[in-house]
Ligand binder design. Structure first.
Ligand SMILES: [Mg+2]
Length: 344
């Protein structure tokens, strides 16, 4: 906080000297003017805590100076004390207040009264300054806080993305797949609507990696992911990469017929790619095998069972020569697997 500035205005040098003497005890920056014009010029360069203004001056008198100061937005709130040798007639006093005086002192000044008044204005100015600084600091902190909050939100979003997305393909990862799958399973139990699960696997992907290298293998996984993502599905159908070259799609409210249509579209879309796979024993280009499983979920069985059956269907598709799909309904498997351990 800077030292408060006080402007004293009087046309007579001896009066300025007297005022200076009375103000000696204060830690202030004192600026003097011997005319109204000079006083106005100083208000352009400084911000004053208080102006002590002589009323009787040749040329522009104290009232005119005060009125001009009040007319300026920057100076409107600077306190002015008129200092006059004129009579104490109330008409004079009122004129002073009209032109914006906050106080009125009569010559000869009584030092104690004068000094205590000035002291009050200095204190008020310092309080105002302190408040302004606090407000500025508060605003700075507020901006900092808003920036921090934004950073935090961005970090959280990135974290969420990282924790739910497969880094290589940008598809949902295994963790997020499990969450969604379990949620859809529960929803299926409540709604008693069919839930289908598709599992697919790139045929002879190990041979692909061995032939072209892992870098090209990764590119291939990305391309397959992009191709799968471009298949038009409903918003509630979710693609995920659940293993090295294994992908899955959750198809809520979809029966096996609907799921098979999606499976066929998957096989076609990979066929259309015509991506060379010179070391594939079953084709000269890249192909996928697709397993489909469908069930109306119920609380008697575990959601895991549907995944096992989809996996069985995928195995069947592989067994049948690959580049094809196979569908199994869970009910058939359940009855066929009665000897299996309890589904939990
Ligand atoms: Mg005078």
């Amino acid at each position: 906080m800077g030292i408060p500035k006080i402007l004293i205005v009087d046309d007579r040098p001896e009066n300025l000297l007297a005022l200076e003497g009375l103000l000696e005890q204060f830690n202030i920056d004192l600026i003097k003017a011997n005319s109204g014009e000079e006083a106005l010029a100083h208000t352009l360069d400084h911000e004053f805590a208080l102006i002590l203004l002589d009323v009787q001056m040749p040329g522009m008198d104290g009232y005119e100076v005060a009125e001009l100061m009040r007319g300026n937005k920057k100076n409107r709130h600077i306190p002015i004390i008129f200092v006059t040798a004129a009579s104490k007639a109330s008409a004079h006093v009122f004129k002073g207040y009209e032109s914006g005086a906050v106080d009125y002192l009569f010559k000869p000044l009584i030092p104690m009264v004068f000094q205590s008044k000035v002291g009050v204005f200095i204190e008020l100015f310092q309080q105002k300054e302190a408040l302004r600084e606090k407000t500025q600091e508060f605003n700075r902190k507020l901006i900092e806080l808003e920036e921090l909050q934004q950073q935090l939100e961005e970090t959280n979003e990135q974290l969420l993305m990282l924790s739910t997305t497969d880094g290589l393909t940008g598809l949902l990862n295994r963790r997020r797949f499990d969450e969604i799958f379990n949620a859809e399973w529960k929803r299926g139990i409540r709604a008693q609507r069919p839930l289908s699960l598709i599992m697919l696997d790139i045929d002879h992907f190990k041979a692909y990696n061995d032939t072209y290298g892992h870098q090209v293998g990764d590119d291939c996984l990305r391309e397959v992911a992009r191709t799968l993502s471009s298949i038009p599905l409903r918003e509630l159908d979710r693609f995920a990469r659940i293993g090295g070259e294994e992908f899955a799609i959750i198809l809520p409210e979809t029966d096996s017929k609907g799921a098979m249509q999606v499976a066929k579209r998957i096989i076609e879309s990979i066929e259309i790619l015509s991506k060379p796979h010179s070391s594939s024993p079953s084709s000269n280009h890249l192909t996928v095998s697709v397993g489909v499983a469908t069930v109306i979920p119920n609380s008697e069985i575990s959601s895991r069972k549907l995944m096992e059956v989809a996996d069985d269907a995928l195995y069947e598709a592989k067994h049948n020569g690959r580049n094809g799909c196979c569908s199994l309904a869970l009910s058939e498997k359940v009855s066929a697997l009665t000897a299996a351990p309890a589904f939990s």
